[in-house]
Design a protein around this ligand. Structure first.
Ligand SMILES: Cc1cc2nc3c(=O)[nH]c(=O)nc-3n(C[C@H](O)[C@H](O)[C@H](O)COP(=O)(O)OP(=O)(O)OC[C@H]3O[C@@H](n4cnc5c(N)ncnc54)[C@H](O)[C@@H]3O)c2cc1C
Length: 434
């Protein structure tokens, strides 16, 4: 699966270009191979290299490391979620299992940034779930009950409180959770690349085309060469299905986001100089929107089944216009043409919003599919799948494995038809929130 960067993502443009990019060019044999160098693959590589300091760990990506969804997301490191997808787990026990995993994910990222002194614009400012529809208060009250039972600090806010905090009078009701961190996703993943242990060998722009197991050895074919490995971890997220892995349990969804230029001092004053904030939608297809610490506005208001994976410039432009409208609705006082970049990214979903973490065959492991919440969970699952693959144990693995497992999905074309229909339905429900 060849993945071509669209080179439009502000988070990536904020970083200095990397040098010393190695590409696979000759056949190799190894003991440990990881495919996919986002949060999951990078964390898995770091952990394996620590467990086996004298062994080589090969880490391969089809594009530049970290420049998939891991750099292209909205930067919410979440402790709780409201819209977990199509069949959200409503009951408390399942919700607790899920939020226990989020908590471990936050701990994993915190530990990493502390250990390596990473500056990734970390801000423990909490987050809002907000809607312009007063009737969505009912959803928030139900959510509030769950959060109270699990002791998550939060409060419900109304139209009179929100403009001062958010700089927009678009929202009429919101639930604020004290937990939740906003960060710069590109800086975080770049730090994970820069701090890879010396026994990790990273090869980029080297797509895995196909693989098979033969006499206990996994043979992986790339464009001009192949790798034979004893053990392999797939950390390919939205591309997992295309490699034939857990194909009836996950599917890719393409998201698009836009970022404005920094607001001028005057524009920022116009909107009341709010502190950095992040709003998640109450209705699943509504907009995710945040103001960054350097006064840029990020918006994501599309999610779609889009094949092939790479979005054309003209398709990006169409989505950018939608995002311009989304910004204008919330900030009518700002100029029309402030969007600086628009990019797409691929996430992986499962039917019941559960994640994939397992040994699929002897010496073949996979971790991924975080349903749009993978900053913390990806970091955690990467480390823990490395521990599992090394036949070691941890309390984190017990917690991860106690979660509900992903449920079976119908084959094509029924899957695509079902997903598209559901997305259309959710888009209609969230029309005012886009
Ligand atoms: C617009 C957007 C907004 C989001 N917002 C948030 C958010 O606010 N908070 C949050 O927690 N999550 C968010 N997410 C989701 C989050 O980005 C992902 O869950 C997370 O990046 C998953 O990390 P990963 O390492 O598993 O996958 P990825 O970062 O997708 O990495 C997988 C890697 O595998 C590589 N790969 C795939 N196929 C092959 C192959 N055949 N050969 C070699 N390499 C291959 C890819 O090139 C890629 O680099 C968002 C995602 C998007 C796109």
């Amino acid at each position: 699966m060849e993945v071509i960067n669209d080179n439009n993502c502000s988070w990536i443009k904020d970083l200095s270009p990397r040098n010393n990019i190695q590409t696979l060019s000759s056949d190799l044999n190894c003991e440990w191979l990881i495919i996919g160098a986002g949060y999951t693959g990078l964390s898995a590589a770091r952990k394996l290299a620590q467990i086996y300091p004298n062994k080589k760990v090969l880490l391969i990506d089809s594009q530049l490391a970290g420049e998939g969804a891991s750099s292209r997301n909205s930067g919410y490191l979440v402790d709780t979620t409201l819209n977990d997808g199509f069949t959200s787990n409503k009951d408390l026990e399942n919700y607790k299992k899920k939020s226990d995993i989020y908590k471990l994910g936050i701990d994993a990222v915190k530990k990493f940034i502390k250990e390596h002194q990473v500056d990734c614009d970390w801000n423990e400012c909490g987050k809002y779930f907000a809607s312009s529809k007063v009737e969505d208060k009912r959803i928030l009250e139900n959510f509030s009950e769950i959060l109270s039972k699990l002791n998550y600090e939060h409060n419900i806010l109304f139209a009179k409180d929100l403009p001062k905090k958010l700089g927009t009078s678009f929202y009429n009701v919101a639930l604020y959770t004290k937990g939740g961190i906003l960060l710069h996703p590109g800086k975080l993943v770049r730090a994970m690349i820069d701090t890879l242990p010396q026994n990790v060998f990273l090869y980029e722009n080297s797509p895995l085309l196909n693989w098979k197991k033969n006499n206990g050895i996994v043979e992986c074919n790339f464009k001009n060469c192949s790798i034979k490995t004893n053990k392999i971890i797939f950390a390919t997220n939205g591309f997992t299905k295309s490699l034939g892995i857990k194909a009836n349990y996950n599917f890719p969804i393409t998201l698009t986001a836009s970022m404005t230029r920094p607001l001028t001092h005057k524009e920022f004053k116009f909107i009341g100089e709010p502190k950095e904030w992040g709003v998640l939608p109450i209705r699943p297809m509504g907009a995710t929107i945040r103001i960054t610490k350097d006064r840029r506005i990020l918006i994501r208001n599309t999610a779609e089944v889009y094949n092939p994976y790479k979005m054309t410039q003209s398709d990006l432009k169409k989505r950018s216009l939608k995002q311009q409208i989304g910004i204008k609705k919330r900030f009518p006082q700002l100029p029309d043409d402030i969007i600086q970049t628009t990019w797409s990214g691929i996430v992986s979903r499962t039917r019941n919003s559960s994640q994939i973490f397992e040994k699929i065959e002897e010496n073949i492991f996979v971790a991924g599919c975080y349903n749009g919440s993978g900053i913390g969970v990806g970091t955690l699952f990467g480390e823990q799948i490395a521990i599992k693959a090394s036949k070691e144990h941890s309390k984190e693995i017990e917690i991860i494995e106690a979660r509900n497992k992903p449920t079976w999905l119908p084959p094509q074309p029924f899957l695509d038809i079902g997903v598209r229909a559901r997305l259309i339905y959710e888009r209609i429900r969230a029309k005012s929130e886009i």
